[in-house]
Ligand binder design. Sequence first.
Ligand SMILES: Nc1ncnc2c1ncn2[C@@H]1O[C@H](COP(=O)(O)OP(=O)(O)OP(=O)(O)O)[C@@H](O)[C@H]1O
Ligand SMILES: [Mg+2]
Length: 401
Amino acid sequence: MKIETIRIKNFKALRDIEMTNLPAYCVFVGRNGTGKTTLFRVFSFLKNCLAKNVRTALNIEGGRNGLKEVLSRGHDKEDLEIEIQFRLNIAGINRLVTYHLEIGDTPDQGTIVKREILRYKRGRHGSPFHFIDFTAGEGYAINNEDEFRKWDLDLMRESQKLDSPETLAIKGLGQFERFKAASAFRQLIENWHISDFHISSARGDKEEEAAEHLSPSGDNLPSMARHLYEKHRPVFESIKQRMQERVPGVTDITVTVTEDGRLLMRYRDGAFVDPFIDKNVSDGTIKMFAYLVLLADPKPHPILCVEEPENQLYPELMKVLAEEFQQYAERGGQVFVSSHSPDFLNAVPLESIYWLEKKQGETSIHRAADVPLLRRLTQEGDLPGYLWNQGFFNSKRLPLE
Ligand SMILES: Nc1ncnc2c1ncn2[C@@H]1O[C@H](COP(=O)(O)OP(=O)(O)OP(=O)(O)O)[C@@H](O)[C@H]1O
Ligand SMILES: [Mg+2]
């Protein structure tokens, strides 16, 4: 499953943006305040809408004022719109599915989901068919989606009224197998990983818990390391080897269970006999280990968002790290990264690079590969990070195609 198109209207600085033909690996650069974090927050927002409800998700983004604070300034009478197009296999056929969401204020019901649609086409031609279509908490879903291939078959509409117009229809319907696209999209969102890694959360001895993925804050790093050690030994060994190559002195990494059943990570430095507990290991060591664990995940997340992976790490490590993010995308998870590091960007293909600009409070997003000059210069051997440093990623300077 892969996101092809993202359209956003009135989400903070993202007044009106559209990105089409998104590659599996996307790297976003741009000056402070141009909207990189905001773009990633849209993913968190959708996740929170689904896990909780729209009001709670708006409060997380906008505080007590909710929608009012989230809507783009000067457009607070309008609605917030998010549209995502993604490729999905439904009943054996690869479909381009569109999810459309409109959230706005109403005089009588307050902030509600004004419209929610999930649609895709029957064949290559014709207009898309709405499989889910809800307005203010009421609407229908098609419940014999499996039969969609049979042209002569009538599709069965099942009318539904949601518990509340603040709830997404895909939240309830997505629990049922028979609503194929809804349940696939629901699962997709639930499995998005939006990293909010804190070195301090990763440190220290931890309760042993079942872990299949690194948590967004990284607080289950010892459990995840142990999971890899026990169930995916070659993956763990490869991480250890890369740590030895990248962090001077690190010769071994172990996870031990303490007497009271807690997990403790230790890093051995070849210069000393006793290993160090992770409390006394450098920030960059923990961060590099956490990235290696995240990116070696045997079951890649459908979407992985990481902000500024360069923080705390030595510039020379950026090249390998950028390549590892790309490999993760190639293994089947779509990757969105933001960065301020020219070294990181130097190792990213031009097709993956987007830059953000802000004019009069509104963000615009540009694809580097759309600029003929950037294409030519990189083909001739110039590296994207250097071009970015020299100010080439600037819509005023460059004719866009
Ligand atoms: N409701 C809103 N309408 C318009 N702009 C807003 C709204 N809320 C916040 N902003 C602006 O959006 C901008 C985007 O910030 P964001 O954190 O996304 O930038 P960034 O690209 O991640 O920057 P950095 O590189 O510093 O992390 C901020 O400058 C903020 O002033
Ligand atoms: Mg930011």
